[in-house]
Design a protein around this ligand. Structure first.
Ligand SMILES: Cc1cc2nc3c(=O)[nH]c(=O)nc-3n(C[C@H](O)[C@H](O)[C@H](O)COP(=O)(O)O)c2cc1C
Length: 825
């Protein structure tokens, strides 16, 4: 099949793409299409390449690295570079040397080969030619005895591992092959399978491959072979976790080179998710689109232990047999060595996330979107700024999370809205505001301030850390049992500024990650995005965030070479879920944080607005000063004041041994952000605190009862419209928060923007898609209902509308599912 002149090929081919071009020249077009093509419109196929193209590496200089070591160890075996050969059927199709030539080239390069179930040459012949590890790729047949025999043959030949392909219940729709009516040429048959008709790969896969595999296949395979089992085709964190539970010894992040589901993600885009879930417990490999040494390094930086190379190996083989494959390896490994050296990375094993852009692994603009130089502007024309020239974080979708919701709310003013997390306005009284300020001014006078001093306090720039820190400290002691010195408190412009200051101070470099409860309040993920801080979600359950999940996330991040610096959480009546952590979970989390040297950022705006027993805050239980406590007066006083605060009582020691508090550092940052929090606002809140002797809980007993009553109304109405039997048959459920402003309703259909629009337009009811609070995916079948802004009457009306909407969506969903099932039959 190879036609290009092998003597000229290596001279002409300087890159793997050069090899592809040469291979194509000499190949039968039908074979080329079979080899090169992907499924459907080949969007995933090209995305595999584009996703690498979008990434850029950070280079460190003057590192003293004169030569980089490309070697790695995988499953206890040394590979000369983090590169292996991906399993590909029928190497004999492109060169008579077939798999033997590939294996020989790999042996010389010190790289492993994963041999396909559909290899064109027998395992024992390959083993005899091999000088590096051979693994067997396994397809599981309907007739398990065929699979079993295959595996046994490989083990007998000395293969070292099994790679079970899990993304192929049947072959993807490869349109090029369908159009070409592709059939394997005579003589091209699998050498390690029983005789049969293999001429149509897709036809054969339909009749022979087991389409109904489940996780039990892993234990079955392990029961018939002592070899380690890797799963090829895992592309989500959830499946990675399941795979490890099922006993997998390794994972290959793969979309089959874009040959299965067209529309699947590029593998490099999902690699980090899988690597985090694997948490260093097993090797993680990646294939798909690797064409350059920098692609290999990018994959390592995102958490891969090694990559597998697919089509380029067949290109090299087609062009020049064993020497072509050898040249492909030389080019790729040489490029990798260059990339290591030029980024200042001493070895492949040392490659980590710091090699990627500061936002972690965020895509960088493609050349197509790069900004061209602009012609000199007409000096008289008003300036027009280009979005691409503003800071890249402004493109982060989290910043637009609420845009659509706001748009819908404006467009349907008559709808009942379960969306805003605002306090109820019935308790606000304009006149009282003057009373609060007056009370604070009287307090200052009683404390000995002269009228001039009072005037200065109100009218001048004030102390950056705040004016009313003493009153806040008293209130925290009276209400929360938190013993915080006034000097450890910084009064901020809303809690949002407190988050911003805290993140800025604590996160030192690209290796520092923020763990955040998932689902999560968008204010914190937005602040992290603006500051370029990577966020790793930690799943929250009905009892809030669990220690096992936190520990797994911390270990996973450490395995990737990153430092989990702090965990952000809302322990009481969380936004958005409404869940509350039990006391024991709080104590366990504090113990874990101490053990893992993790800081906790506790945000707790809703607890004093809730009736019933209040559990101690994390800060009240915090004997080791691990908790940075964020506070807000937006719910307990009024949001227009924009008063929040942070208790940051951690000691900070400088290189000379001098010490201060984290609060001092936060104040230094604040001095360059908002300078000080408006004194008039502080005065209004202080007056309120004084009115209640610091006990906001007492002052808010009325509003808290109101919120409790509205929450009860929502629960009653949901129950009325969906009694137990009905909701069970619909697949509907909701949580029962003990307070706060929110609850979660799980629905049997996708609660996305399209559904929200139908809900507003046809039923006059608005809610928030829960997926907004999962920046990395999740919550697609849940909605957040906020009730704080509503009255009982609103709730009755709104829930009736919501019930009609849910019933309609659920039956449309059931009808669609029925149609699909019928079509499948
Ligand atoms: C011609 C060809 C045959 C393949 N045969 C198999 C196979 O038998 N088993 C398997 O698990 N994957 C198979 N694959 C998928 C590869 O193992 C791998 O996932 C993919 O080629 C990697 O992408 P890349 O070609 O962009 O490097 C095949 C791919 C190609 C191109």
């Amino acid at each position: 099949m190879s036609a290009a002149d092998p003597r000229t090929a290596p001279r002409q081919a300087l890159t793997l793409d050069d090899y592809a071009a040469l291979a194509r020249e000499g190949m039968d077009p039908g074979v080329w299409d079979f080899l090169q093509g992907g499924a459907g419109e080949e969007r995933t196929l090209s995305e595999n390449l584009l996703a690498f193209d979008r990434r850029r590496l950070r280079t460190r200089v003057l590192t003293g690295v004169a030569e980089a070591d490309t070697a790695v160890t995988v499953l206890g075996r040394r590979w000369a570079a983090p590169v292996g050969v991906a399993p590909m059927a029928y190497h004999t199709l492109v060169h008579p040397g077939g798999e033997t030539a590939t294996v020989q080239a790999a042996g010389v390069a010190g790289l492993p080969v994963v041999v396909s179930t559909f290899a064109g040459q027998p395992f024992d012949k390959l083993a005899a030619a091999a000088n590096s590890p051979l693994w067997l790729q396994v397809y599981c047949f309907r007739d398990r005895s065929v699979t079993r025999r295959l595996v046994e043959r490989a083990a007998e030949a000395g293969f070292e591992a099994l790679v079970l392909t899990v993304d192929t219940p049947r072959l993807g729709r490869r349109l090029r092959d369908l159009r070409n009516g592709f059939r394997l040429p005579e003589g091209i048959v699998p050498a390690n399978l029983p005789p049969g008709d293999y001429s149509s790969p897709s036809g054969h896969s339909r009749t022979e491959l087991d389409p109904a595999l489940d996780w039990s296949v892993v234990s079955w395979l392990k029961s018939v072979s002592p070899l380690p089992v890797l799963l090829k085709g895992v592309t989500t964190g959830e499946d990675a976790a399941r795979a490890l539970d099922a006993g997998a010894d390794g994972l290959v992040v793969s979309n089959h080179g874009g040959r299965q589901l067209d529309g699947a993600h590029a593998t490099v885009d999902v690699l980090a998710e899988v690597a985090v879930a694997a948490a260093g417990r097993c090797p993680v490999l990646l294939d798909g689109g690797v064409r350059r040494g920098t692609d290999v390094l990018t994959a390592l930086a995102l958490g891969a232990d090694a990559v597998l190379l697919g089509r380029p190996v067949l290109h090299g083989l087609a062009v020049a047999g064993q020497s072509g494959v050898a040249d492909v390896f030389d080019i790729l490994v040489g490029e990798l060595a260059d990339a290591l050296l030029l980024t200042g990375t001493p070895s492949a094993a040392a490659a980590g996330p710091a090699l990627l852009s500061p936002a972690g692994a965020g895509p960088v603009p493609t050349p197509a979107t790069a900004v061209p130089a602009r012609p000199a502007a007409d000096p008289a024309a008003p300036v027009v700024l280009r979005k691409e020239e503003l800071h890249a974080s402004l493109g982060d979708p989290v910043l637009d999370t609420m845009n659509f919701l706001n748009e819908v709310t404006t467009r349907y003013p008559g709808a009942v809205s379960f969306a805003p997390g605002r306090p109820y306005e019935g308790f606000f009284d304009t006149e009282q505001l003057f009373g609060h300020v007056r009370r604070y001014l009287d307090h200052l006078a009683a404390e000995g301030d002269t009228p001039e001093a009072v005037r200065t306090k109100l009218f001048q720039y004030g102390p950056t850390a705040g004016l009313i820190n003493g009153l806040i400290a008293d209130s925290l002691r009276a209400d929360e049992g938190i013993d915080a010195a006034p000097g450890s408190i910084v009064v901020t412009v809303g809690c949002q500024e407190a988050m911003f200051l805290t993140l800025r101070a604590l996160f030192a470099g690209p290796q520092d990650v923020l763990l955040a409860a998932s689902p999560c309040y968008v204010g914190i993920t937005g602040a992290a995005a603006l500051l370029g801080i990577p966020v790793t979600p930690v799943e929250e359950g009905p009892d809030g965030i669990g220690t096992a999940a936190v520990e797994a996330a911390v270990l996973a991040e450490r395995a990737r070479g990153r430092r989990p610096r702090a965990l952000y959480l809302v322990p009481d009546h969380s936004n958005p879920s409404g869940n509350t952590m039990p006391l024991q979970a709080r104590e366990e989390l504090l113990a874990l944080a101490a053990r893992l040297d993790l800081l906790l950022i506790e945000d707790n705006p809703y607890r004093l607005m809730s009736t019933g027993t209040r559990l101690p805050t994390l800060k009240a239980l915090d004997t080791g000063r691990r908790v940075v406590h964020l506070g807000s007066y937006s719910k307990t006083a009024f949001p227009g004041a924009r008063i929040g605060f942070v208790v940051a009582d951690q000691t900070v020691e400088d290189a000379q041994g001098g010490t201060g508090l984290l609060a001092d550092e936060l104040a230094r940052i604040k001095s360059m952000v908002t300078v000080n929090t408006p004194p008039l606002s502080q005065a209004a809140v202080a007056g309120l605190l004084l009115a209640a002797d610091g006990r906001l809980s007492e002052l808010n007993a009325g509003p808290a009862a109101h919120y409790g009553d509205v929450l009860a109304a929502v629960l009653e109405q949901l129950e009325r419209h969906f009694p137990e039997e009905r909701r069970r048959s619909l697949g509907l459920s909701w949580n029962v928060p003990s307070g706060g402003f929110f609850l979660t309703v799980n629905v049997p259909f996708r609660a996305d923007n399209a559904a929200l629009l139908r809900s507003a337009e046809e039923y006059g009811v608005i809610w928030t898609p829960m997926s907004y609070f999962y920046p990395q995916g999740g919550g697609e079948h849940a909605m957040r209902l906020s009730f704080s802004y509503l009255t009982r009457a609103d709730v009755e009306d709104g829930t009736a509308r919501l019930a009609r909407f849910v019933e309609a969506e659920a039956s449309a969903h059931a009808a669609a599912a029925g149609t699909t099932r019928a079509a499948d039959r």
